[in-house]
Design a protein around this ligand. Structure first.
Ligand SMILES: [Zn+2]
Ligand SMILES: [Zn+2]
Length: 277
């Protein structure tokens, strides 16, 4: 089973191409399943929170269109590929009750939960912190939020835990501290039986930036996932049809080399596992 469970669409306003092109790309890449997980907008948040900065998600009008276009494609392509309908939702601490009616009004297959901003510091996207030098407090807050997100009822898989070190300067002097944070987060996922996403961008970043395995947080993450036997989803985070299933061949080989041989799939938010490959 090869399943890409992190794919965006033009409905979020910053992805390219047409939805059907993502499906064609998945089929030609040999995927068996494609899980769309476009960004949910912040329209469900309280007045003081929402739209304070650029909203990178679908608005209320587009989420209905997104759902109905994907439902149509599910039927049209049912003999060629399995299409799952999901969402990528920002984890905003304490907003679960506000989120509930918006999520429950559609029958989603899975929900990815991710941290793109940390309201205690700022509502801005984490990439806005790229020039900061004292970054350990940011990392500590990020992993605290990640562990809190795993308790959310809207977190079938915790997406791109690697997002922090791809966007915010890595505090190398506190390396052991960061590894401890990663280990605790993976352990929390194991306790709660939540998935952690293996993100292709995290893998590609790791290949490009890590000088040795000893300083490679991505590989440490994989090792912890193996150690605690945490279920995983795989995701390209494609914002362009060409990127669907990106680096999956290498990722599958990597996971198998670490004895991670199953991937989690979802239908109607019920998980089931399948052998990778
Ligand atoms: Zn994301
Ligand atoms: Zn994404």
């Amino acid at each position: 089973m090869l399943a890409d469970y992190h794919v965006h669409t033009p409905y979020c306003g910053h992805a390219h191409g047409k939805v059907i092109q993502y499906v064609h790309s998945a089929i030609s890449s040999g995927l068996h399943e494609i899980g769309f997980s476009d960004h949910l907008g912040r329209y469900y948040l309280s007045k003081s929170q929402k739209r304070r900065y650029w909203d990178w998600g679908m608005d209320e009008k587009n989420i209905g269109r997104y759902y109905s276009e994907l439902s149509d494609l599910q039927e049209i392509f049912s003999k060629e590929i399995s299409i799952k309908i999901g969402l990528e939702v920002d984890y905003i601490e304490g907003a679960e009750e506000l989120l509930k009616p918006f999520i429950d009004s559609f029958k989603f297959d899975f929900i990815l939960c991710s941290i793109h901003c940390m309201p205690h510091f700022s509502w801005e996207h984490l990439s806005y912190f790229s020039k900061r030098t004292e970054t350990l407090p940011l990392y500590k807050e990020y992993f605290r939020l990640a562990r809190s997100a795993l308790h959310s009822p809207y977190c079938d898989s915790l997406a791109h835990l690697d997002f922090i070190w791809r966007n915010v300067s890595y505090p190398l002097s506190a390396h052991d501290n960061i590894l401890q944070e990663i280990a605790e987060t993976v352990y929390t996922a194991a306790q709660l039986n939540r998935c952690i996403e293996i993100n292709a961008n995290g893998y590609i970043w790791s290949r490009a930036h890590s000088s040795s395995e000893a300083f490679d947080p991505f590989m440490f993450l994989i090792d912890q996932i193996q150690l605690y036997n945490v279920p995983v989803t795989m995701g390209s985070d494609a914002h362009d049809p060409m990127m669907v299933g990106k680096a999956f061949e290498d990722l599958v080989a990597l996971l198998k080399s670490r004895n991670i041989c199953t991937v989690q799939l979802f239908s109607d938010r019920e998980p089931h596992s399948a052998e990778i490959g």
